[in-house]
Every structure is written in structure tokens, then in C-alpha cells.
Design a protein around this ligand. Structure first.
Ligand SMILES: [Zn+2]
Ligand SMILES: [Zn+2]
Length: 335
């Protein structure tokens, strides 16, 4: 069992435990251990042999025991039991996701807004992951706390991008924006700006507690904007701290499918949005998907396998996920 597969199991355990308020702390511990492992990718079998699993950051004796079982048998009886208890048993239609075919992230941030790294560092990070492409999608102006980008700064950013592109020629950079979906469903930048960008991710960030009817109208309007390519973290939920928006998901997902707007499985540990259950609904509504780390630093590209287990549990075939398209296919899909 490699570190990535083990991290996926721990992540799913944390995810399931979180649905039970009494297990909140244990859920957090499993999630923290999962993300620590997916980032550091330790040699778990070697550690197991020397009884040193607890030397991995975030792994205490309880989690080490689960890991030991996993390493020995390739299975987790604890996960199997939790799946049954939570009414989410393994299903026959779970898909195969082959991460070696993954081509790149389309949602990432740089120091132009709230990222912790420069565009050059992010591009180099994408190259280290052997990505074919990277979408640079900083925030729009409404998110003032992070110094969101309007038309003028986007133009400045495009100059820097040309320079970075010349230095990291083997990763195609897409200039995009993570544009805020305003309360009435309009977007935080005019169409004339959006149409110049390679990729537009529209995300709900504020006023998520709107009445479901108003929230449904808001989301319907967003998925109907012809410039929108992806809806970022479509519910805005934060597992363990806030439930996320409530709207007529089926209606909005069907409209997204009709307009070829993809829905994101954002595997930022604070989000995990869409959840596997919601993603399954979106699949049934005919949607395409993106998997994204929503990386704010190069190290966060390592999160992607977490989106993979979520997509697998949702039964999403790999060919419905944009990140498995090669650069030419993706460019065509984003037209
Ligand atoms: Zn966002
Ligand atoms: Zn983002």
C-alpha cells in the first residue's frame, strides 16, 4: 500500500466520522493525518517494519493501528464498517481513476491575490508534478481582503505570465480568474473582461445563507453566463464549521450540464466540495467535473489524490473530468 492510497483511506475515514458530531475530534485527527501523508509521502511499509508509523506527523497510536492493518491487508476493516454504519457502503459502480493520466490543475492562486507563492514558483511546482498545464485563477475585486484583481491588474498579470511562460515553457499557463458569484447571480467582473480570459471559475464565497429560492436563482444565473467554464466549490461548505449553501441542486446541476459548465471537486482539506454524494447527483444530472487542489502554494498540488477518491466514490468516469484532457483538448473545451 503506497502513501497516496493510505492517505485516501484515512481521508475517507475522517470524512465519514465528521458526519457524526460526537466524532468531530477523531474526524479531524484522521483528516490531518491523511493530508500530512499525502504531502510528505513517507515509505509506510518501511516505517511499519520498524514500528515507527507514529513518527509521521499527525499519526498517533490509534491511526497507526489503522495504517498497520492497511499495510498488512491492503484493506481497512474500520473504513468498511464506517461505510456501512453511515449508510455509504462500497458500490459496484465506483470508477477507476488513474492519477498517472492526470494532466494538470485549472484552479490555483498566486501572490497576485491570496496565494503564498509567486506565479513563477507555482509554474515550477506544476512542472515538478509533470503537469502539462496550470490554470492561474486569482480572486476577483469583490474579495477585497485578498486584493482581488480587476481589469487593470489582470492586464499587468498577463505581462508577468508571458515572462513566466518563457521560463517554464513546458507547462502551458492558462490565465483565468476565480470570479465571485454576487448575491444576485451576476459576476464580479464584466463580460468584456471575462471573455479575454482562458478560464473562468465562478465561485460562491459570501452570503451563502441566502434563502434556497434566491440561492437557486443566483446559481442558475451564474451557470448561464456564457463565459463561465467551471463552478468552484459549488456549495461553499466547510466540513466541520459551516454547512454550505442550500439550493435546488438538481435544477442548477442540470442547467450547468446543459451549458457545459463543469462542477469542481475542490480537495482543499477545508472544503472537500463537491462531496462524493453531491458529485454523484451532479453526475446523474449529466455534468462534467474538474478536480482541483485550489492550491495556494506549490506543495498543495499534492492534495489532488483526495479529489480522486471523492470522484471514484461518486462513480465519475475519468473521461468526464477535464483534468484528464491533454492541453490541446482542454484548450478546445474551454473555447
Ligand atoms: Zn474559492
Ligand atoms: Zn480558489
Amino acid at each position: 500500500m503506497d502513501a497516496v492510497a493510505a492517505a485516501q483511506v484515512l481521508s475517507e475515514i475522517g470524512y465519514l466520522l465528521r458526519q457524526n458530531e460526537a466524532e468531530r475530534f477523531r474526524a479531524k485527527a484522521f483528516a490531518a493525518a491523511a493530508w500530512s501523508i499525502v504531502i510528505s509521502r513517507p515509505d509506510l511499509e518501511a516505517l511499519q517494519k520498524t514500528n515507527a508509523l507514529t513518527s509521521v506527523e499527525g499519526v498517533g497510536p490509534g491511526i497507526a493501528k489503522v495504517l498497520a492493518g492497511l499495510i498488512e491487508t491492503g484493506q481497512s476493516t474500520y473504513l468498511d464498517r464506517l461505510r456501512v454504519e453511515m449508510g455509504q457502503p462500497a458500490r459496484d459502480d465506483e470508477s477507476q481513476i488513474d492519477l498517472s493520466q492526470y494532466k494538470g490543475d485549472v484552479h490555483s492562486h498566486t501572490k497576485w491575490s491570496d496565494g503564498k507563492a509567486t506565479m513563477l514558483e507555482m509554474a515550477q511546482g506544476a512542472r515538478a508534478m509533470h503537469y502539462q498545464y496550470l490554470g492561474i485563477t486569482d480572486h476577483s475585486p469583490r474579495i477585497t481582503v485578498v486584493h482581488g484583481l480587476g481589469a487593470e491588474r489582470l492586464l499587468e498579470q498577463s505581462r508577468e505570465m508571458a515572462d513566466v511562460q518563457s521560463k517554464v515553457a513546458d507547462v502551458t499557463l492558462f490565465q483565468g480568474i476565480e470570479v465571485d458569484i454576487l448575491e444576485d447571480g451576476s459576476l464580479d467582473l464584466p463580460d468584456a473582461v471575462l471573455e479575454l480570459l482562458d478560464i473562468v471559475i465562478a465561485s460562491p464565497h459570501v452570503k451563502l445563507r441566502q434563502e434556497p429560492a434566491a440561492m437557486t436563482e443566483r446559481m442558475l444565473r451564474a451557470v448561464s453566463n456564457p463565459h463561465v467554464d467551471v463552478i468552484g466549490h459549488p456549495t461553499g461548505r466547510r466540513p466541520g464549521s459551516r454547512p454550505g449553501a442550500d439550493y435546488d441542486f438538481e435544477l442548477v446541476f442540470r442547467e450547468a450540464a446543459k451549458n457545459q459548465v463543469a462542477l469542481e471537486i475542490d480537495c482543499d482539506p477545508a472544503r472537500m466540495d463537491l462531496s462524493p454524494e453531491m458529485a454523484r447527483l451532479a453526475l446523474e444530472c449529466g455534468c462534467n467535473f474538474t478536480m482541483d487542489a485550489d492550491a495556494h502554494a506549490p506543495i498543495e498540488f499534492a492534495y489532488v489524490p483526495m479529489a480522486a477518491w471523492m470522484a471514484r466514490r461518486a462513480g465519475i468516469p475519468q473521461d468526464r473530468i477535464l483534468n484528464f484532457l491533454d492541453v490541446d483538448e482542454l484548450t478546445a473545451a474551454l473555447q
